[in-house]
Design a protein around this ligand. Structure first.
Ligand code: XMP
Ligand code: MG
Length: 191
């Protein structure tokens, strides 16, 4: 591990390394580029803030090497009520800046857990008359299979543990960690 980052002492173990993330994103981008090669007016990538911000940045650049042109859009949603489990009650905190009617949309998601947030978002995007909507999610947890939400492109299936890094946070911290890992129990005890 790189010497001396503030967060190293807080991470119990790494689940997915920086290198694995980089390789997987290159693969996902190639698949998406191949599937959307015929799309003349380009793709609309919709990033769900804040967790997917790192993935959006790296995925968009990887896609740029092989794929059709892409436009980058950002949305912010609140899906959690009080606790740490998805309620399925979604509030839009930042909406799309443009009309997506007739456009081919790819939702760029960090992690699909229960799938409730995503299934709400897919219905919303379809209601705005997108020509097509697909999802690329870097991580998926086993609970995701309980809700039938069609995620066409998945990076990694990971265990049902709370993870941080690469955009994912605990209390707004650890988003800048370049890999994905599990926090030490004492970090939770501290907060
Ligand atoms: P659902 O359950 O609706 O929720 O699929 C997906 C959203 O929940 C967040 N999430 C996590 N955030 N570590 C995080 O930092 C995790 O392990 C985790 N699991 C789910 C995330 O915002 C995701 O978009
Ligand atoms: Mg998210």
């Amino acid at each position: 591990m790189a010497q001396g980052s503030w967060y190293d002492a807080d991470i119990d173990h790494v689940i997915i390394s920086e290198e694995q993330i980089r390789e997987k994103i290159a693969e996902l981008a190639k698949q998406v580029a191949a599937d959307y090669a015929p799309v003349a007016d380009g793709l609309l990538l919709v990033c769900v803030l804040k967790g997917a911000v790192m993935f959006m940045a790296d995925f968009a650049r990887a896609l740029g090497r092989h794929g059709p042109p892409a436009e980058l859009e950002f949305m912010a949603l609140s899906s959690y009520g009080q606790g740490s489990t998805s309620s399925g009650v979604v509030r839009i905190r930042k909406d799309l800046d443009r009309d997506i009617a007739g456009r081919h949309v790819v939702v760029v998601e960090d992690i699909v857990d229960s799938g409730l947030t995503l299934s709400w978002l897919l219905r919303y995007l379809e209601s705005r008359a997108a020509a097509s909507v697909e999802v690329v999610a870097l991580f998926r947890k086993p609970d995701a299979i309980k809700v039938s939400v069609p995620v066409k492109y998945v990076g990694f299936d990971i265990p049902s543990e709370f993870v941080v890094g690469y955009g994912l946070d605990f209390g707004e911290r650890y988003r800048e960690v370049p890999y994905v890992g599990v926090l030490k129990p004492e970090v939770y005890a501290r907060s």
